[in-house]
Design a protein around this ligand. Sequence first.
Ligand SMILES: Nc1nc2c(ncn2[C@@H]2O[C@H](COP(=O)(O)OP(=O)(O)OP(=O)(O)O)[C@@H](O)[C@H]2O)c(=O)[nH]1
Ligand SMILES: [Mg+2]
Length: 307
Amino acid sequence: MSEAGRAASEPEGFRSGFIAVVGRPNVGKSTLVNRLVGRKVSITSSRPQTTRNPIRGVRNGEGYQAVFVDTPGSQKPRDTLRHRMQEQVLESLSESDAILFVLDASAARGGFGGGDRYVAKLVSEAETPTVACLNKVDLLARHDDALPLLAELSQMGDWRETFAISASTGRNTSALMRTVVDLLPEGPVYFPEGVVTDYPETFIISEFIREKALGVLREEVPHAVAVEIDEVERKENVTVIYAILHVERKSQRMIVLGKNGQTIRRIGSEARREVERLLGVRIYLDLKVRVTPGWRSNRQFLERLGL
Ligand SMILES: Nc1nc2c(ncn2[C@@H]2O[C@H](COP(=O)(O)OP(=O)(O)OP(=O)(O)O)[C@@H](O)[C@H]2O)c(=O)[nH]1
Ligand SMILES: [Mg+2]
């Protein structure tokens, strides 16, 4: 944290800290962070590997400030993008005061798999107070179906507590929040009041566009999309945002454009509505699709995107 952050008012007994939220892809980390922060700070989708960089979301309460750090899904890396995503998970773990380890109850019928155990090991190695969260329990046929999973989970590491939660419905998340606050050390106010996330507006806009693209596109195409904001032009009664959707191949460009451009138009109109809600101004979104071969393995390109 910056010196300015540290120098901010530090009331007696105030608790604060960074809580890394980690787990396999698609277990509901971003949904949980949005729920705990009380605002949408991180995009979500039904596709694994939605989150690509750590997203911070701030929750202020009586006598505390909790900074949640949503991380990309943890898995063994297979290309430069995923390698970078895993580096970021490790960085977030090493800088955290507490960890939320999230698992998907609905995907674990009959027990947890190698993916969850891989993350359990990463988390244990961080030697930081950890709460294990069995998420999506709303999808279980019976309440009791969570019990054997909770028992198995408690054998997988040295957790401070274990919760059965639903990030979607909010079940048990208030109790989880109280436990998180108890884990925080005494510390400064890191972010001034009113700050919910510290990303620049252009990043949030690009993420909203990517979220809509993830929702509309199928199979491998979503993972081949990167969104870059080229320019934001503020006019008197409309803000024009020029964005580029990078894909890796010509065939993917055709898919993203769709027949007569209808797919890209749908992505654009869904994203526009969300961005208008965020910025509170009228938006014109100008979306272009560009073929940037192999961008996922291009370190310079990834850096340009802040990855
Ligand atoms: N039924 C149900 N669905 C959930 C719950 N939490 C998340 N989901 C859904 O699970 C999917 C994945 O959620 P995300 O929050 O994007 O998951 P993530 O762990 O951040 O995924 P990555 O960023 O790809 O690692 C989305 O379709 C969510 O709506 C839950 O508690 N119950
Ligand atoms: Mg996510």
